[in-house]
Design a protein around this ligand. Structure first.
Ligand code: ZN
Length: 177
């Protein structure tokens, strides 16, 4: 799915202000209920990371050199980065390093594998098929490319809106005993 969608879904499922916070949501150090905490921004970021750390570099370079956003002429090293951030091996190493560095990242960093699992059915055959088994196998699941199927794109965003609506309902109906 599109990059922003991954960030929004990651935050909805892998942060305490999202559904992972349960009915109450995050609390601060002295136990007061919060609407937002750092895991929201971290999950949003990790949802974006697989694309930012690959295609994002290409697009940023294009912008800085005044070429505008181009989908053609993407250099090979960008695809290497794409394979790393969208493969089981790359994710396992990345996730392991992140959680080894800061244990509390275990929840928001799950937005990264969630991004890739969401890409599997929403990327069809071609250059952007999700390289789950890279570098061991080129095999991949040929899904339905979201950029060719508006129903997938809009359906995804309706789902994202529904998840956040659910969060709002949970929080507004929660009462402390
Ligand atoms: Zn992606």
């Amino acid at each position: 799915m599109d990059t922003l969608f991954h960030g929004v879904i990651g935050a909805a499922l892998c942060s305490r202000p999202g559904l992972a916070g349960g009915r109450r949501g995050p609390v601060d150090r002295i136990g007061r209920r919060q609407w937002v905490d750092w895991t929201l921004w971290a999950a949003l970021f990790f949802g974006l990371v697989p694309d930012l750390a690959s295609l994002g570099i290409h697009f940023a370079a294009d912008l800085f050199t005044g070429n505008g956003i181009r989908w053609h002429g993407i250099p090979d090293f960008i695809f290497v980065l794409y394979n790393i951030t969208h493969s089981l091996l790359g994710m396992a190493i990345g996730y392991g390093l992140l959680v080894g560095w800061k244990r509390a990242l275990w929840l928001p960093a799950l937005a990264w594998p969630l991004h890739v699992l969401t890409d599997v059915p929403t990327h069809g055959d071609g250059r952007f098929i999700t390289p789950l088994f890279w570098p061991f196998s080129e095999a991949g699941f040929a899904g339905w490319s979201w950029w060719q199927h508006p129903a997938i794109f809009y359906g995804g965003w309706i789902l994202a809106g529904g998840l956040w609506l659910l969060v709002l309902i949970l929080r507004l109906t929660w009462r402390s005993q």
